[in-house]
Design a binder for this molecule. Structure first.
Ligand SMILES: [Zn+2]
Length: 130
């Protein structure tokens, strides 16, 4: 395995796209606290008239945020479908807890992909400082 210099171009392109999304998202302002404050201002029609200043980085993020999130959610669901446990078969002394393996990557369950997803989505995000 000599991969350092010759990463698969498709893999490299994917990495660059993901890094670009990450950088664009990091630069955008978090709306977490502001959304909470604005929620209290909803009018009877269910809207809040907003006047705000948006930085260029915020517009970059907002312009693609919906599509990007939909893509990520779809990716997550596809990974979840791919990486699920199955009985590994064979003889075990503990019939109540049979050895399970991932049906896709064959690692012992929970596989690294599922664990990475659990760690990413299972932990609530700490709100960024205002
Ligand atoms: Zn797996």
């Amino acid at each position: 395995m000599t991969t350092e210099h010759s990463e698969d171009p498709q893999r490299q392109r994917l990495r660059e796209q993901l890094e670009a999304i990450h950088i664009r998202t990091e630069k955008a302002t978090s709306w977490h606290d502001e959304a909470g404050r604005l929620r209290g201002l909803l009018n009877n029609d269910g809207y809040v008239p907003v006047r705000t200043k948006l930085a260029g980085e915020d517009l970059d993020f907002l312009g693609d945020a919906r599509d990007t999130l939909l893509t990520f959610a779809e990716l997550g669901l596809r990974l979840l479908d791919l990486h699920q446990p199955r009985d590994a078969g064979g003889i075990t002394s503990d019939t109540a807890h049979p050895i399970l393996r991932c049906r896709s990557c064959m690692w012992r369950w929970p596989c690294p992909t599922f664990r990475a997803m659990s760690e990413s989505f299972g932990t609530p995000r700490v709100p960024s400082p205002a």
